[in-house]
Write a protein that binds this ligand. Structure first.
Ligand SMILES: *Cc1c(COP(=O)(O)O)cnc(C)c1O
Length: 417
């Protein structure tokens, strides 16, 4: 059996992996839910925990993908390996619609289509040197932290769960969930707006201050805009390239996962402007575009033709209408969650430009204590804030990704606690 007769090979493992905490957030949630449902069978448990979409794929995307499948069945329409960077027609419509139409000077060849932002945000570390100092917010999307640990850019985990060597920028109610710009120098900064997990957004003025910091310190910003489509107010920046000067100091990650429901279909893209340069230690400038292009060409063989046709259809008129309807649907869920929780006396954050509502847990409970309370008393599953970082302790995330019926049922139960 697996494990029992394992012989010890002499091959060494990447010991950085051993620094990672064993009890990862979502397995621990599943474990507690399973224990609870086994001890109280037949209960209807509503999951507002994991950040996955629930509504079906837009018809425009499905139609485009079906047509692409049929095309692939003909000798003239068959496609083998595509360009590693993505098909030009997709990169062109992305550049036009998502950037040029908003005044951002981004060209199609600066867009790299991929199978996900999760992989891009972590793979991007490969083209950056080992000695870079890194800042992340706390709480944070765990992928940024764990991929830096795996890459050997941190020391061991401390008792708080924070890793030695990383700069953590705390987010809390006192600072409105806006990270303070560091007073010290860091080489690399992760920003995510609209934010997962807090649902916070950033104004143009405040984002401009980050860009100023990066330019002054010659630092690189990794900007994750996976939830850009959920912004309800056009005064808020959808892209970091709406800020002057960002082209020289920022990489942006976008995904079709949350706007068009592609979490299981897989398509995303990363923007690497041609002006962004790092250095090779000896003051020799190296542009990141060339390195990323080299990395992708070597290690990635592109997203399937069928899926890229599906992503292209997001930009058709019908696709745009359907994506808009999906976003509105989730944002109405979010409004329902906000309203009920506020009515029940909770302090509520986020959820206005993001599908996540971030709440302060009641006095006397910690994040996991509130998780158990909500599970047992309302049969509702959420995500403990402490799972996103030490500073998330005392907070709790509820996701708007669910059916209307489940959201309403869950809120009714919480309201009557
Ligand atoms: C969901 C999500 C993504 C998207 O990841 P994909 O791999 O493209 O599905 C990226 N960043 C954050 C913060 C997310 O929550």
């Amino acid at each position: 059996m697996f494990g029992v007769n394992a012989i010890a090979l002499v091959v060494q493992v990447n010991q950085n992996y051993l620094k990672l905490k064993a009890g990862y957030l979502f397995p621990e949630i599943s474990r507690r839910v399973k224990l609870f449902t086994e001890s109280s069978p037949g209960l209807d448990v509503i999951r507002l925990g994991i950040g996955d979409v629930t509504e079906p794929l837009p018809l425009a995307c499905r139609k485009a993908m079906k047509e692409a499948i049929d095309e692939m069945g003909t000798s003239s329409g068959f496609h083998g390996y595509g360009p590693e960077q993505g098909y030009f027609w997709l990169r062109e419509v992305i550049a036009k619609h998502d950037f040029q139409a908003r005044g951002c000077p981004i060209n199609p060849d600066e867009i790299f289509v991929s199978d996900g932002s999760k992989c891009d945000t972590s793979n991007f570390l490969e083209i950056l040197g080992e000695g870079n100092s890194v800042a992340v917010t706390d709480p944070v999307y765990p992928v940024y932290v764990d991929s830096n640990v795996m890459a050997g850019r941190t020391g061991p985990a401390q008792e708080s769960g924070q890793f030695l060597g990383l700069s953590y920028l705390p987010l809390n109610a006192r600072n409105d969930f806006e990270a303070q710009i560091p007073e010290h120098h860091v080489d690399l900064i992760y920003l995510c707006f609209p934010n997962n997990p807090t649902g916070a957004v950033i104004t143009r003025e405040k984002l401009a201050r980050w860009v100023d910091y990066a330019r002054q310190h010659r630092s690189l910003i990794l900007f994750d805009a996976a939830y850009e489509a959920f912004i309800q107010n056009d005064d808020l920046p959808h892209s970091i390239y709406e800020i002057e000067g960002a082209r020289e100091c920022a990489i942006e990650f976008r995904s079709f996962s949350k706007n068009a429901g592609f979490t299981g279909t897989r398509c995303a893209f990363t923007v690497v402007p041609k002006g962004v340069c790092g250095h090779a230690g000896n003051n020799e400038l190296v542009d990141l575009w060339s390195l990323w292009n080299r990395r992708q060409s070597t290690k990635f063989n592109g997203v399937s033709y069928i899926v890229q046709r599906g992503a292209e259809a997001v930009y058709s008129q019908q696709g745009q209408e359907e994506v808009q309807a999906l976003v509105s649907f989730y944002m109405q869920n979010s409004a329902i969650i906000r309203r009920h929780l506020a009515g029940a006396g909770f302090t509520v954050f986020g959820g206005e430009h993001a599908p996540y509502v971030w709440i302060k847990v009641p006095d006397g409970l910690d994040s996991w204590g509130f998780f158990d309370f909500l599970l047992q008393k309302a049969n509702v599953v959420g995500t403990p804030g402490s799972g996103f970082g030490a500073a998330g302790e005392g907070y709790f995330r509820l996701s708007a990704f669910n059916s209307r019926e489940n959201v309403q049922k869950a809120m009714k139960r919480i309201s009557s606690l």
